[in-house]
Design a protein. Sequence first.
Length: 693
Amino acid sequence: MSSSIVRGVCPHDCPDTCALLTTVVDGVATEVKGDPDHPTTAGVLCTKVARYTERTYHADRLLYPQKRVGKKGEGKFERISWDEALEMIAAKLKPIAAANPQALVPYSYAGTMGLLQGEAMAHRFFHRFGASLLDRTICATAGATGYKYTIGGSLGTDVEQAQNGKLIIIWGSNSIVSNLHFWTRVQEAKRAGAKLIAIDPYRSLTAEKCHQHIALIPGSDGALALGLMHVLISENLIDADYIANYTLGFEQLAQRVAEWTPERTAQICGINSEEVIQLARDYGECCRAGNGALIRLNYGMQRVHGGGMAVRNIACLPALTGAWRNPAGGAMLSLSAGFPKNNAYLQRPDLMPQDTPIRTINMTTIGDDLLRPSSPDFGPQIEAVIVYNSNPLAIAPDSNKVAQGFAREDLFTVVLEHFQTDTADYADILLPATTQLEHVDVHSTYGHYYMMANNPAIAPLGEAKSNTEFFRLLAQKMAYTDSCFTETDDQMAAKAFRTDDSKAVHFDWESLKRSGWQKLNLPAAPFAYGGFLTPSGKCEFYSERMLQAGLDPLPTYIPPYEAVQSNVELAQQYPLAMISPPARNFMNSTFVNVKSLRDTEGEPHLDMHPSDAKSRAIQTGDLVRIFNQRGSMQARVRVTDKARAGVVVGLSIWWKKLAADGQNANAVTSQRVTDMGGGATFYDVLVEVEKLG
């Protein structure tokens, strides 16, 4: 019997990006554990990834190429060989390439966060083909854009400083579910006397364990930040020296927020003015004392019309108070800009046609775009889609439109997957992909500052192939002779980070594979002395770039598209705001088919405030229909004051085929996009709820 332990990394869309140790006995992975020596992971995995072997060896794992034999959506397939599959795909794509290559659209997101199996060889192929570009907006682009206008890029407080904070504000994040190892450090800070405050419309698992929970109305986060700035400035709880040296536009900001009194702020946020005042004082006084005041803001707040501006407003607070001076202060959204990724090499944008403008399809609006005919404004009708690392039938908004689009008989769809997902049911060609235990990859992260290596622990099951290998083989079938399509995964990984950048000058792929992880060279407090990544080098309260983009150059409040206060007519029909944050046992739509995890979740639930339930004669355990002008879904009600009055919460996101009515929360979400960044507005939704007989 042979046994070994293989170093790897969790590939999923989570800031923690855990270091893994996989035990392999006679070629079989028997256990996946966290690496106890990795400073962030510290030997602990979430409930999902701790069951990674259950997912890898799942009885329903796709192991062979297949072609569709039934109607689209029926999920009926028959086995074919890889060569047959590649020949069929190439036969469909070659006429598109000759006539109008932009009729091919890739659809992918963060099924893996790896730099290779994510968007390396895939991008090379699509760029060489001349396919439409995909704007990958569905999670984070609104907030990232607002943060970038203000701070200059996705940098912030090192998570390894969080336990030293004295005030930690967790804003729009359920860290226990979505950022477990940050939460571990927060608990350490709490034991040392730190005050924890959660800002969230829903009393989540995290909010329940904080000292204070501020339950604001969905979409009002930007207004709360303006109100906090009003109090900080009016009570002189600001750092005048930091403002003078490291910020731009303070006078204009002060004039703007003068109108955001605690009373006005409280009215819009659905809270009381004392909460606004006290929060500002807690924050300002902590910073004035030189203690670590940390804001952990996450992407929940930016999934509304004004989401980008909301993040921008919050990002102004640490500069206003000088919180950046303390390594345990400042803000954390994403840390991804710390990694000098060699994207030009990995993705080869130079392969794109240089004589033709290439259109961009927003992945958030894929439902409408699949149904659009050719036109001068839109370009050619979409004739083919290759889906990898994503499940758009489950995760894209306005899912009934998405299903209509993928049901087109004239649309050729290829899906690379581990399982027969909702999207896989609509594939013409369905291909088996490797899991993280079966391929090579290299990772950056967005929640800590470690470069990470993934070594394959086992041989691919069945005939599964990695994403990189599929696109290499397809390039061969398309007769692409560019040398970049012959590079191995190890060759690409060796150049994944730019060693001409001081942050990664020590990067060496062979060494990283052996150690598993290696930290970037970054200062403990990135903006203690300014050095912001903006054009001015300062935190920009006033942004000339925003003005040039047609946006308000100063922090402001942009109300939701769908809210009781901002859309009175629609609210008369659909008076409840709905949010659908992640369920603890799912990762977006990943892990939903792992029985042990799905059994823990039980079935789709809707949390509803007692007053909203009573007025509709609804009780805990009742089956209800949640509906609006776009569609409906069913769920089992839990009457609870975890949901604030006027808000219903459906923890998500279920595969549609595993729900009793074949729908999930995206039956009611909208394809409208955010104020900046073109992001999805998943939490900008009005619905009504009725009891089913």
